[in-house]
Ligand binder design. Structure first.
Ligand code: NZQ
Ligand code: ZN
Length: 387
């Protein structure tokens, strides 16, 4: 296991009715609030009214930024920063899924940055301060509610980039699984695939002796497998929604990556798909993951796939190593199919036209420390397999 400094400072209010803590949570940080939200789902489920009532009852003033797109745009970030500056906003309240939360994070970090906000997406070390961020999560997927990351797109350049800074870790997140009852089937499925991918990205690494991280990761994966399909079929199943929601946070908040070393593989490949074709992040991950797994399977990596197959999918440990590994990969792709996620790039409108360019951009600056080192040629091959 590697050395690490543990810091997961986000205060979580988890469960039914936890919105009751919102007023006091905000007051700890200020009284002028920017509410950031997406295309209107929070109004449909009555959450918007609940929030504004709480703000009014607590004498908290607010301004709003709505219409945050899935795959949030840098233009929304710039608009949010201007609203904050014009209104002396003290707290940023994000209500929604990962896109809304990510946008809110970069707004919060951009208010005190004098240059253009895209600079801090390109280079997070330019972030020195951020307004306090509070989130109310409505979709279990990205883990943005408890992590330091944000992913922002500039569609004019076909760029979708991640940035991350401790100052962007939310101060408080309210996680009420009931808010996710209205998440449509396809987003529930994509969210489950995203959570699983975050776990895979940490789990498939070359660190020796990270036993607790590995077993925890396997437990989180089993939770996604147990509850993903239930949530897709029975959207109002509280137990399923609750388990997925908490797993989304634990998958990426550091719990399973502290003490391990490595670099993510499938996310950089997927971000290029979203940057060029604006597809749903979790769908791109589900399409690529089984092909990536098959591509990196070798004598060097097979033992980890055996652990995955035996501990996550209950495959007979007495079988041949490669048989276990291949069965585990088959099970992974079958699971995504059961969730009715498309399984080829062509199904989501992606052809060969940008593969070379996307492959080069995906490995830009790295993938050298990934589970298996990937060159742009490797990424191109994986995209081809996924077509
Ligand atoms: O915009 P609204 O109307 O809210 O609708 C959203 C949106 O259309 C809808 N939705 C959310 N909650 C709902 C709901 N619909 C009905 N009922 C609800 N309760 O779902 C759609 C997708 O929302 P979005 O926020 O885009 O989804 P997600 O949470 O999957 O976020 C995806 C974004 O996060 C980035 C992705 O790349 C992508 O841009 N990621 C962020 C990460 C992070 N911050 O750590 C890590 C991830 O790997 C990921 O890259
Ligand atoms: Zn993701």
């Amino acid at each position: 296991m590697e050395n690490f400094n543990y810091s997961i400072p986000t205060k979580i209010y988890f469960g039914k009715g936890q919105i009751k803590n919102l007023g006091n949570a905000i007051k700890e940080y200020g009284s002028k609030v920017l509410i950031v939200y997406g295309g209107g789902s929070i109004k449909k489920i009555g959450l918007y009214n609940q929030i504004t009532e709480i703000l009014n009852n607590n004498n908290l003033s607010y301004v709003e930024l709505s219409g945050i797109d899935p795959n949030p745009r840098i233009e929304s970030v710039r608009e949010g920063i201007k609203i904050c500056r014009d209104n002396d906003v003290e707290v940023v309240l994000a209500v929604g899924g990962g896109s809304t939360i990510d946008c809110a994070k970069v707004i919060a970090a951009g208010v005190n940055y004098q240059g253009d906000a895209w600079d801090i997406v390109l280079n997070s070390s330019k972030i020195t301060k951020a307004l306090p961020i509070i989130t109310i999560l409505t979709l279990a997927a990205t883990g943005s509610e408890m992590d330091p990351y944000a992913v922002i797109s500039d569609m004019s350049k076909n760029e979708k980039l991640g940035t991350g800074h401790d100052k962007m870790k939310p101060k408080v997140s309210i996680l009420d699984p009931e808010y996710t009852y209205s998440v449509p089937k396809n987003q529930t499925a994509a969210g489950t695939a995203d959570i699983m991918s975050h776990i895979f990205e940490s789990y498939f690494n070359n660190t020796k002796g990270a036993f607790i991280q590995d077993r925890t990761a396997e437990g989180l994966l089993r939770t996604c497998i147990k509850y993903g399909k239930i949530a897709v079929d029975c959207p109002n199943d509280y137990e399923a929604r609750a388990n997925l929601m908490w797993t989304s946070s634990l998958a990426i908040n550091g719990l399973i990556s502290y003490g391990t070393k490595g670099e993510w593989s499938v996310h950089p490949m997927e971000h290029e798909l979203s940057a060029f074709y604006d597809i749903t992040h979790g769908v791109g991950l589900a399409i690529l993951t089984p092909h990536w797994m098959r591509y990196v399977l070798s004598d060097k990596t097979v033992d980890k796939f055996v652990e995955y197959g035996v501990n996550v999918w209950n495959i007979d440990k007495n079988l041949d190593k490669y048989e276990i590994a291949n069965k585990a990969i088959d099970k992974t792709s079958e699971f995504f199919k059961e969730l009715e996620i498309p399984s080829t790039l062509r199904e989501v409108g992606i052809g060969e036209e940008h593969l070379v360019e996307m492959s080069k951009k995906a490995v830009n600056g790295g993938l050298k420390n990934a589970f298996k080192h990937l060159t742009s040629e490797d990424v191109f091959n994986i995209y081809k397999l996924a077509l």
